[in-house]
Design a protein around this ligand. Structure first.
Ligand SMILES: [Zn+2]
Length: 142
């Protein structure tokens, strides 16, 4: 179960939800991080796909993604695209989940945390007023 971070306001760039991706967004709202896995070759992709990009099968199933991983790369954005300017500066990262799947997402840096490659991260739900987005939160040293 992913931890939730309440965020004031609306998502600056809300996802376009299709009948297919509605599954992903509904699950995310419940704190579950999902993607598709190919029934033929067994590989997972992110974002979820209707056709397996590895073997072209259209037989895919929804599976849970790991929510823990490591920071593979990151940057802090100061000169943001117009819709994201109210959030700037903000961090984005590429995270590697369970040593196999990499994805890009906003990076939440808790107060007092320092960010470096290889940091432990945890996927979290950002609960905006109009719906969820996912982000990676840098683990704080204990
Ligand atoms: Zn496949």
């Amino acid at each position: 179960m992913m931890k939730a971070h309440k965020v004031d306001g609306q998502r600056p760039y809300p996802p376009r939800v299709s009948a297919f991706t509605a599954v992903f967004w509904d699950e995310l709202k419940q704190g579950r991080f999902k993607t598709t896995q190919c029934d033929c070759c067994g590989r997972q992709t992110f974002p979820p796909k209707v056709i397996c990009p590895h073997c072209w099968s259209d037989k895919l199933s929804w599976v849970d993604l790991p929510i823990h991983g490591e920071l593979y790369s990151w940057t802090r954005i100061h000169a943001a695209p117009t819709v994201f300017q109210p959030l700037a500066p903000y961090a984005v990262g590429i995270v590697e989940l369970d040593k196999r799947l990499r994805l890009a997402c906003p990076l939440i840096v808790p107060d007092g945390a320092t960010v470096s490659i290889g940091n432990k991260i945890e996927m979290v739900v950002m609960e905006f007023e109009d719906g969820p987005l996912f982000a990676a939160s840098v683990a704080t040293a204990r």
